[in-house]
Design a protein around this ligand. Structure first.
Ligand SMILES: Cc1cc2nc3c(=O)[nH]c(=O)nc-3n(C[C@H](O)[C@H](O)[C@H](O)COP(=O)(O)OP(=O)(O)OC[C@H]3O[C@@H](n4cnc5c(N)ncnc54)[C@H](O)[C@@H]3O)c2cc1C
Length: 454
């Protein structure tokens, strides 16, 4: 059945009987167990176009895999063709125009490794193994969001294979409606074959915030963090992580199984000014450990790779909040008294500065007035899957009334029609119109779908 496609491609096609098939169908979240009819390991843009034309012609669904990190596992589908971009990882830098040209299978680490050679960086995320494509298309929140905005705000242009198999350019001048839609609209409009990201001078060294507090002070920490955000300079971006530490030999015994809150952040500016600016984050309570100091930006970007679970089933969700009010904090902390497993990770990502200055209708990414993004994840052994899934959904339901217009961060939530609609808010209507123009049959639907028939 796939012979015609095989004849057209520079990459290779894997069928279920092929040795590499099982490894290639896996995505980061091993809870996802899907069996595509074929996997096309793309090497060139023309491979992507060939896959789209072939699948459309034969009526076969497709999924698009960048770095494979979405918790919902939308990079793989049952019975369809998985367009696997993970071998297309080249990154090059145009120093004159301060632009990084990035292939769609690149990881955040690939981008940082190349751009930092020139003392430049683009805002991405905080775990280096994450794929840049999926992250950028649905937002992208990292340590530069306060100063330079989210990743999608920094897409200067893309090349994209649309549902008719043609490759076109989208930027401010060419196909501006598509350019608007792909900055937040995810994989709904086609397969991005090349990104251009804006770059800024940064590093190689930066001032990184790294403080660990006792979880018993959680309420005060969250209250003070919220207060800090009201006057925090754009240069400071930070995440807070509530986690139970493992009992591993690498940690001092007094920290084994201890619940802590870790503050991780960065000052994107003069390091001496930064010391003063980040000081309040070091005084949210009495620290257990404070390793705030100068580090290589590249190292900071890899620092939390170790905390990201690997080869385990995971379930996760997210909600934006306007403010961490006392009510919100109390409700959440009381819910966290009954976690199903020690591996529950609850995060609070501060949203402010440039990220929130972009008008909500300037691109598809709509949430520009939250002060925190709440993230809930748990990894589990398969026999506890239902328990953990139920618990994460119950946190979601508990916190929903405290959320900002029920909006979630689509990069960190299950693919659900209502959640997708709520998160695009007033931009949803325009997204449907653009979807009707570029993908009227909803060919690209294994994603946080914008269904043109809605
Ligand atoms: C360990 C970990 C850490 C994370 N840290 C952060 C963080 O710090 N900040 C943050 O903002 N997010 C973070 N995320 C969430 C991350 O943004 C999403 O998982 C994102 O989808 C990853 O992109 P990917 O290419 O790896 O995903 P994939 O699973 O490959 O893709 C997800 C979806 O994106 C679309 N897509 C991917 N590539 C293309 C393409 N070339 N063209 C069109 N559509 C495409 C498809 O619809 C696909 O289903 C993290 C996730 C994990 C697992």
């Amino acid at each position: 059945m796939f012979d015609l496609l095989k004849a057209e491609i520079n990459g290779y096609l894997l069928l279920p009987e092929d040795k590499e098939y099982n490894d290639r169908r896996k995505v980061w979240n091993t809870f996802i167990d899907k069996y595509p009819a074929a996997i096309l390991v793309c090497k060139t843009t023309s491979d992507v176009a060939a896959a789209v034309r072939f699948a459309k012609d034969k009526g076969i669904p497709v999924s698009v895999r960048g770095g494979g990190h979405h918790v919902a596992g939308t990079g793989v589908c049952d019975q369809g063709i998985m367009i696997d971009l993970s071998d297309m990882r080249k990154v090059s830098v145009d120093t004159e125009h301060r632009i990084a040209i990035v292939e769609p299978g690149a990881t955040l680490g690939d981008v940082d490794a190349e751009t930092q050679k020139y003392g430049l960086a683009t805002p991405t995320g905080t775990v280096s193994e994450t794929g840049v494509a999926g992250l950028a298309l649905c937002g992208g929140l990292g340590y530069l969001r306060g100063k330079y905005g989210i990743t999608s705000d920094n897409i200067a242009a893309v090349r994209i294979v649309t549902a008719d198999g043609a490759e076109i350019q989208a930027n401010e001048q060419e196909n501006p409606d598509l350019y608007w839609a792909i900055r937040g609209g995810g994989g709904n409009f086609g397969v991005i074959t090349s990104f251009e990201f804006k770059l800024y001078p940064l590093g190689p060294e930066v001032l990184a915030v790294d403080v660990m507090y006792d979880y018993k002070d959680a309420k005060q920490i969250l209250q003070k963090a919220q207060a800090f955000l009201r006057y925090a300079p754009d240069e400071v971006s930070f995440n807070m992580m509530a986690v139970q530490l493992p009992a591993t030999p690498g940690l001092p015994e007094n920290l084994h199984n201890k619940r802590v809150i870790i503050i991780a952040g960065l000052y994107a500016g003069d390091k001496a000014d930064g010391e003063k600016a980040v000081q309040p984050l070091r005084e949210l309570a009495s620290p257990i450990v404070d390793q705030t100091g100068i580090v290589l930006f590249k190292e900071l970007q890899r620092k939390f790779d170790l905390m990201a679970p690997k080869d385990v089933p995971v379930y996760g969700t997210s909600l934006f909040v306007k403010e961490l009010t006392d009510d919100t904090i109390d409700t959440l902390l009381s819910k966290l008294e009954q976690i199903p497993r020690p591996s529950v990770l609850v995060q609070f990502w501060a949203c402010h500065g440039q990220m929130n200055r972009v008008p909500s209708d300037a691109s598809a990414f709509a949430v520009r007035d939250a002060s925190f993004l709440l993230l809930f994840d748990v990894d589990f052994p398969l026999e506890e899957a239902q328990l953990c899934k139920d618990w994460i959904e119950s946190v979601y339901q508990t916190m929903l009334p405290y959320s900002l217009r029920k909006s979630s961060y689509l990069n960190t939530v299950r693919a659900d029609t209502q959640i997708t609609k709520d998160s695009y808010a007033d931009n949803f209507k325009r997204l449907i119109e653009i979807k009707k123009k570029y993908d009227p049959t909803n060919f690209f639907r294994h994603n946080h779908n914008i269904d043109p028939q809605v």
